[in-house]
Write a protein of this length. Structure first.
Length: 292
């Protein structure tokens, strides 16, 4: 049995069928375009909708509670990024700093805390931000033999906290840590100074011991520093400075072994401890021998 075009309605029917197929295809394309036009004309899709600031902040808090610190930090940052003028945005910045600190991302913690202090100085969380900066540097402090850049930055941060926020709940701990850091920095200077002294580089040694006497007078290292200054100045033949170092040492620490050693050294040179007004040590310390 032969089937011809006539059986399908002839040439006109074939044309009508083709036109119908084209029309349907066009309608399908149009429908697809219409469905996608929403995003073109500003209509947000459900997937891309930004949550409210309190919702994002709540997610960050939940992550912090679960100790997912880095994820929490990023969520806190999302609050500020998406809702910079919201009530939650300000505190979110300092909480991001805290979360980064807990995550061990100390550079990020300092950066966030600095940003908070720049944008919101004098606000209730300012002391917390300053404390985060101090803590971030403090936990990176090593022994006196290593580079003490972080120790110096931590000390500066804690001193700033105590000066600006004396009533802060973090002030007492900041003062204690500042004392520890001063001892550490003084010990570091002494470590280097002894090295120079052993190698008879007396001027370099004096510069190190001088830092201890000038900047760290309240530390336990100052006794030895004054004794080492006496020794170094005598080695260079600078008697007045050696006398002054020993005199200050004897006035403040009469029972110190360093004073006994210094006194004995001066006797070998036919002299004794004596304050000299032109000495930098005299200018650094009060006339009665007490720290300036």
């Amino acid at each position: 049995m032969r089937v011809t075009s006539t059986d399908l309605g002839g040439p006109q029917a074939g044309f009508s069928l083709s036109r119908s197929l084209v029309t349907c295809a066009g309608l399908l394309i149009a429908a697809t375009l219409v469905s996608g036009c929403g995003s073109w004309f500003g209509k947000k899709q459900d997937v891309g909708e930004v949550a409210s600031p309190d919702v994002i902040y709540g997610r960050a808090d939940a992550m912090l509670d679960k100790q997912s610190y880095e994820s929490a930090a990023k969520q806190y940052e999302e609050v500020d990024i998406n809702h910079p003028y919201s009530q939650e945005a300000r505190r979110a910045i300092v909480m991001a700093a805290y979360a980064y600190y807990k995550a061990g991302k100390f550079d990020d913690a300092v950066s966030s805390a600095d940003r908070y202090l720049t944008l919101h100085p004098g606000t209730p969380e300012s002391d917390l931000a300053q404390n985060i900066i101090g803590m971030s540097y403090y936990v990176q402090v090593l022994d006196p033999k290593r580079d003490q850049t972080n120790a110096r930055k931590a000390l500066q941060a804690y001193q700033t906290l105590v000066q600006r926020y004396p009533e802060s709940r973090y002030a007492a701990e900041a003062q204690n840590r500042a004392r520890i850091l001063r001892d550490l920095l003084a010990a570091s200077e002494m470590q280097v100074g002894r090295f120079y002294l052993r190698h008879n580089n007396f001027l370099a040694a004096i510069n190190r011991f001088r830092v201890v006497v000038s900047d760290y007078q309240t530390t336990a290292q100052v006794e030895e520093a004054l004794g080492r200054l006496t020794e170094s100045y005598l080695a260079l033949g600078i008697i007045p400075e050696a006398q002054t170092a020993a005199a200050v040492l004897g006035y403040n620490y009469p029972d110190s072994k360093w004073y006994k050693n210094s006194y004995a050294l001066l006797q070998k040179y036919g002299t004794r401890p004596q304050m000299n007004e032109g000495s930098w040590i005299t200018k650094t310390w009060k006339g009665d021998g007490k720290p300036a």
